[in-house]
Design a protein around this ligand. Structure first.
Ligand code: SF4
Ligand code: SF4
Ligand code: FES
Length: 556
């Protein structure tokens, strides 16, 4: 049975001793988890908090007191018991940990300088923390062959580097339940392999490269692109579907090189789907850096003058606004709060892939933001206002409406006939080809902001990169400039966090959290959910013990 976090929080606390110090831990934890809760170093490879325990690598050896004296045991497969006395640093425990590591490294190739995992490899880290033995091998190394095997759409397998921890196998057996990897041959010749004619091909395949503790599984999209220690990581969220998985955006020299899952026990645990993982590429494709007036590029000063003239030409009541679930809470808020009656939110059809793990068919991140602010979603009403010429100037904000032509044909025909149309977008797309004025805004990777996912979790996202044209604003700040020009607000907001800090005071559930205090795991709101909690299809037993957020990054 899958456990949830609340069951675990209700568990009884018991007292144990580790290395002569007393600690209070939750009943049901294993020794590795008890050590993690108090940052007591303990080596491990095969243990993974979100996978069933396998206990095969034997590196997490500890000594425990028993009625028959001290005994060695593996920490990951030994549950704590009230009064248990554990030693992670006794002479015997250390000798056992070192020996297990020496055994794993016996035939390991000396690939570190050319291995993509270097810098985030558990084998390197564990050797420095728990190994440091003198090399004793006197016979030549036995290499298992099989380097750079094409193991799937995204995966490269290096059999030589594998330490047979089976994390990847357990992920594919228990989480995706696609079982593309197994161990073939016996004893010393054992090696990891795909099955004949069955490459690794599932919507979550990239996760096995994250959990592989060594460089045996690597991503085609990241191999040899960057050394990981050069990457600057930013806490963000994926915006490819309404699940809004927690991720880190990782960039170097203002270019994003990868998205990685960011641990969030309330949401995606440590997994993300491949669609979200590889969506990092789009932030550098079709990017719009300069405004476009009647299909000719202009500069930002010319665009500002044009915008001011257009705003003077029309009465505020003749201006309409279309927003969508791609915008952050801050953008939606400015429009909803300050722009009056003609603000409409269009929600595109939910045609994406859905599964029982994470993916949702709504391929946008903030449909729930539209519900949270109670925005007008009545497309017919908007259409009728355009027909009756009550709306003459239209602003479209961050929603490529022409992409959904089949669903909104009638509305788009009416929009096309309007005297003036302005589009705020980060990318050149279908809609940008049909507008009178197109103004670039910062993309999701370039802004801080908040979003509410399908299960009503509000999360914040931080800016990872700076736009090439640093004068570009976020859509929220740009809208606040327009509201100021129109005399509808007394000041221009200078950042999205400032806007969040204004609207949070209007909502009881958010009041206590300023932008900088929003927890990394998000804030669960009482807003009705529009999807099930994730991982409905996973029926494996695993433990999610509430470990302080500050420690999570240390425990891969
Ligand atoms: S490929 Fe990596 S994750 Fe899989 S068994 Fe080998 S070391 Fe473990
Ligand atoms: S499930 Fe959705 S939010 Fe999560 S990584 Fe995939 S596309 Fe992104
Ligand atoms: S981590 Fe405990 S045996 Fe591998």
């Amino acid at each position: 049975m899958t456990q949830n976090i609340h069951d675990i929080q209700e568990r009884k606390k018991i007292k144990i001793k580790i290395n002569d110090n007393e600690y209070e831990v939750l009943e049901g934890m294993n020794i590795v988890e008890a050590c993690d809760a108090y940052e007591i170093p303990l080596e491990r490879f095969c243990y993974h908090r979100y996978l069933p325990v396998d206990g095969n690598c034997r590196t997490c050896m500890v000594e425990i007191e028993t009625p028959r004296g001290r005994m060695l045991t593996i920490g990951c497969n030994t549950k704590v018991q009230d009064g248990m006395v554990i030693y992670t640093n006794s002479e015997n425990a250390i000798r056992a940990q070192k020996s297990a590591l020496e055994f794993l490294l016996l035939d390991h190739p000396l690939d570190c300088p050319i291995c993509d995992k270097a810098g985030e490899c558990s084998l390197q880290d564990n050797y420095m923390d728990f190994g440091r033995y003198d090399f004793r091998r006197i016979v030549p190394r036995y290499f298992k062959k099989g380097k750079a095997i094409n193991a799937g759409d995204h995966i490269v397998l290096d059999q030589e580097r594998c330490i047979l921890c089976t994390r990847c196998i357990r992920f594919l057996d228990n989480i995706t339940q696609t079982s593309e990897l197994g161990i073939i041959h016996r004893g010393h010749a054992s090696k990891i392999s795909t099955y004949p004619g069955k490459p690794i091909s599932n919507d979550y395949s990239g996760n096995i490269t994250d959990i592989c503790p060594v460089g045996a599984l690597t991503l085609k999209e990241f191999r040899f692109k960057q050394r990981v220690w050069f990457l600057k990581k930013t806490k963000s969220i994926c915006v490819e579907c309404a699940r809004g998985c927690s991720i880190t955006m990782e960039q170097n020299f203002n270019k994003i090189w990868r998205f990685m899952p960011r641990e969030n026990p309330h949401l995606n645990r440590v997994w993300i789907c491949d669609k979200g993982r590889f969506s990092f590429k789009k932030y550098h494709e079709n990017r719009l850096w300069n405004p476009i007036l009647n299909q000719n590029e202009i500069d930002l000063t010319q665009a500002t003058l044009e915008l001011e003239n257009v705003l003077k030409t029309y009465h505020w009541n003749e201006i309409g606004w279309i927003l969508g679930p791609y915008s952050s809470m801050e953008t939606l808020y400015i429009a909803k709060k300050y722009f009056g009656e003609n603000v409409y939110a269009l929600i595109p059809p939910a045609t994406g892939k859905k599964d029982e793990l994470l993916q949702l068919p709504q391929e946008y991140p903030n449909e729930q933001g539209i519900r949270f602010f109670g925005m007008n979603v009545h497309q017919q009403e908007l259409q009728s206002k355009i027909e009756k010429e009550q709306i003459k100037l239209l602003f479209i904000v961050e929603i490529d409406i022409y992409r959904f032509l089949a669903n909104w044909r009638e509305l788009i025909e009416k929009i096309q006939a309007l005297p003036y149309k302005i589009y705020f977008t980060s990318f050149q797309d279908e809609t940008s080809k049909h507008m009178d004025l197109v103004i670039p805004v910062r993309s999701h990777a370039e802004i801080e902001g908040t979003y509410i996912n399908a299960t009503s979790l509000l999360q914040k996202s931080e800016a990872s990169i700076e736009p090439e044209n640093s004068f570009i604003s976020s859509s929220a700040v740009l809208l606040s400039q327009i509201a100021y020009l129109a005399g509808r607000i007394p000041r221009i907001f200078s950042s999205n966090s400032e806007i969040y800090n204004e609207f949070k005071n209007e909502y009881e559930e958010l009041k206590q959290y300023s932008f900088s205090n929003i927890p990394d795991f998000g804030i669960k709101l009482s807003l009705p959910k529009i999807a099930n909690e994730p991982f409905q299809g996973v029926k494996v037993d695993f433990n999610i013990f509430m470990i302080p957020e500050t420690q999570l990054t240390k425990m891969r």
